[in-house]
Design a protein around this ligand. Structure first.
Ligand SMILES: [Zn+2]
Length: 212
């Protein structure tokens, strides 16, 4: 099957990614380089499992819960809906009004985080559009398989109980964080976002694409 357009909704690690306060920042260090006379280029990465565009699995917040490697690949190739959100504070339940979706679909929220460039600014801001608990409940009612947001966290900053993470992860719903939807019109797509295959990991960086 051919797609008319492929949108890359990942942020560029090393330039656009936002390191959550306290997480190890992403770095790539060249340990061997041809320009310095070596036979090859080789680099070493340091990063958090939550660096840049990434997926949270239930084990991120819940004891003995499912880790990312236990999800089959079908969970990372999904029908997806990009939903435009005007509210500059949070994603509220009414942003889902009238949405036609099937159980297991991915719901990706395009907010002012994307429109203002904050999503790919490389800078952490305490103020960003987050998901309200009411909207998370709506997503659960709709049977969403994955929820995506265009900032590095889905919960309001300093909400230490992380109520939205907990609500979604408790139901086994994956959270795709750190996407950039600026160029993507709202509508229906196929989402591809396979994580690295890491034993026992609570999260993983991903390359996220929307096929339209
Ligand atoms: Zn995360």
């Amino acid at each position: 099957m051919r797609f008319k357009r492929v949108y890359d909704i990942s942020v560029l690690l090393g330039l656009e990614n936002i390191d959550y306060p306290g997480d190890d920042p992403y770095t790539r260090e060249e340990v061997s380089s041809i320009s310095n006379g070596a036979a090859y280029n080789l680099s070493t990465l340091t990063l958090s499992a939550h660096s840049g565009t990434h997926i949270d699995a239930p084990a991120h917040f819940l004891e003995r819960a499912k880790t990312i490697d236990l999800y089959p690949p079908e969970n990372f190739v999904l029908p997806a809906h990009v939903i435009h959100v005007e509210d500059v504070e949070s994603i509220k339940p009414d942003s889902l009004d009238g949405l036609k979706t099937e159980r297991g679909d991915a719901l990706l929220f395009k907010t002012t985080n994307s429109m203002s460039g904050l999503s790919r600014s490389g800078l952490f801001s305490e103020k960003f559009v987050y998901m309200s608990e009411g909207a998370a409940d709506m997503c659960l009612n709709l049977g969403a398989g994955l929820i995506g947001i265009d900032y590095i966290s889905i919960d309001r900053y300093r909400d230490d109980m992380a109520p939205v993470h907990r609500k979604l992860l408790k139901e086994g719903i994956l959270i795709l964080e750190g996407i950039n939807l600026k160029e993507v019109p709202s509508g229906d797509y196929t989402l591809l976002c396979p994580p690295l295959k890491m034993k026992g990991a609570e999260a993983s960086p991903v390359r996220a694409l929307l096929l339209g």
